[in-house]
Design a protein around this ligand. Sequence first.
Ligand SMILES: [Zn+2]
Length: 366
Amino acid sequence: MKQYSVLSVSAGYQEKRRSMYYVWHKGEWEQLVNVQALHHGLMVTGADGIGKREFCLALAKFLLCDNKELKVSGGDCGRCQNCELFDAGTHPDFHLLTSETENIQTRIPLVSAYSDRYQNVQARGKKTKPGKIIPIDQIRLLIERFSTQPHISQHKVVLVMPADAMNTNASNALLKLLEEPPENSTLILMTSSPGFLPATIRSRCMLVNLPTPRRESALEWLSQSMDEETASLSLKLANEGPLDAKQFADNGFLDTQGQYMNQVSNLVASNITPLALAMDLSKSDLSIFLGWLHGFVCEVIVWRVSEIKPNRFDSSDLVWSSKSFSVERLYALYDKIIFYKSIVREPINAQLVTEDLILTLKSAIR
Ligand SMILES: [Zn+2]
């Protein structure tokens, strides 16, 4: 499959590239860029790991490009001053807000380059735990910088990603910008959890929902960098998001998930106490564990209800089945997972959260 010149860490962003979204979003892209007067507030949503960030960056670049003739054909020109500065990470009319954690962990160099402008890089470097939220200071700074005329483009673009990382104060401050947008400006809010944003923000944006690619497309893309079996397994674990699947495979997460499965088996067989297991798990990244547990609980429920065993549980040494769990208790665990996912960016006590989750999981074992 032809991939539309996607940013990758190794290739870097200096290379001249016409656009950066993934081919499976071509339909949504064409629909959006052919709109005559685009809404000033866009909320780009979709599942995790499908390429929303790349899509939003491509859109920002497209809006800033001044080469009208090429824009008519549905992409940025990649050659004008706007495009060159954008790709170099130095365009003055592009504003990107994200959390400190995302700035450090991102797979896209452009994200670090632009978001550095809104973060105290020195203070961030000294922190043992970089911030997971977008604080109000960033929005205040944005409002100050955004009130001026565009510097070189005819347009100004703000990208907040993920928008659900804004705390309440930050969202309220951004609302003012959405209510009274400066001329020739576009605000793009990217999120996989629009429900975590205030309704007042959502109602002022046009929704752009990016679909999860079909399994065959995702597998074809993944198989460029890994064998078929690994691609298939990682895709399942990543809830069908190909970019997350690639990251899982690259970062050895497949081993971690194997360990999680063993630990659940130990819990079912009473080989380990819930508190000892929670203690052990609290050493790993809480958001990764929450993501895994979310997928696990959903699939056990599906297995129980449909009586069809999901592929993820294909293992000869599995000591339990879906019947080992109470569905009602799994739903209670599901609610807790959703709640903790909504606050995982706040400073929370990971050990207490993990204990609560594991005790609830244990209570679901019949
Ligand atoms: Zn251009």
